[in-house]
Design a protein. Structure first.
Length: 231
């Protein structure tokens, strides 16, 4: 599997060479976030479409509700997720109608807006040393005897992701990471570009899913400073 993933990553990087510099308008993206109907929308304006209720104006998300942090994520990754929600490839009762109400340009704009935000990080979630050690081992070493590759192979040595298509995990809410891994484990999600997440997740126990999710939530991407998000 390691060789297959490596080969697919090279192909993915070649195909998405310009995606990291995806074009979009930050100010129009802000309008999408707050639910305003900018003229750039390609479908009928919908004031009920608002990102801030779940993700916040600057993309901090909500750990209690398992809403992901979007601030600083690669714009192309967010754009692809919106496209997948709109087509039904990625299922979510809240996100699907919102994504379908946006045109392609609005998807690009909101992705560029959230990708441009740098709001710092709040304190890491509390966790026992044993839980963190278990999560760190899965992230960095995998579980070779069960064919589980290290998360670092695709998501970077420090969880920083491999833009544009493979997301950062460091600093993401543990509740969101755990929820997504369980969705892959149950066959409820199937839209990762390498096609490997379902096989990895189904080989993890629920306790291991929890451990690796909490460990990534306690990490900070390179060159970031931990600070509380602004209001």
């Amino acid at each position: 599997m390691r060789h297959r993933i490596a080969g697919t990553m090279l192909a993915l990087a070649a195909a998405a060479g310009n995606a990291a510099a995806m074009e979009g308008d930050v100010e129009r993206g802000r309008a999408v976030v707050v639910g305003a109907p900018p003229s750039a929308w390609e479908t009928r304006p919908n004031r009920d479409v608002s990102c801030l209720a779940c993700h916040g104006i600057l993309g901090a998300g909500d750990a209690g509700a398992a809403y992901p942090r979007l601030a600083g994520l690669a714009p192309f990754y967010m754009y692809k997720q919106l496209k997948d929600y709109a087509t039904g490839r990625r299922r979510n009762a809240l996100m699907e109608p919102i994504a379908r109400a946006l045109g392609d340009e609005a998807m690009r704009d909101v992705s560029v807006f959230y990708g441009a935000q740098d709001i710092g990080f709040g304190p890491p979630p509390p966790a026992s040393p044993e839980l963190l050690a278990a999560g760190r081992a899965i992230a960095r070493d995998g579980i070779p005897e069960r064919g589980v590759q290290p998360c670092a192979v695709c998501h970077g040595a420090q969880g920083e992701g491999i833009p544009p298509a493979l997301p950062a995990l460091a600093g993401q809410h543990a509740s969101y990471l755990e929820d997504q891994l369980l969705q892959w484990k149950r066959g409820q999600r199937d839209n990762d570009p390498l096609g490997s997440m379902a096989a990895i997740a189904e080989r993890l126990t629920a306790d291991e899913v929890r451990a690796v999710s909490v460990w990534y939530a306690t990490q900070r991407p390179p060159d970031t400073v931990s600070s509380a998000p602004p209001p």
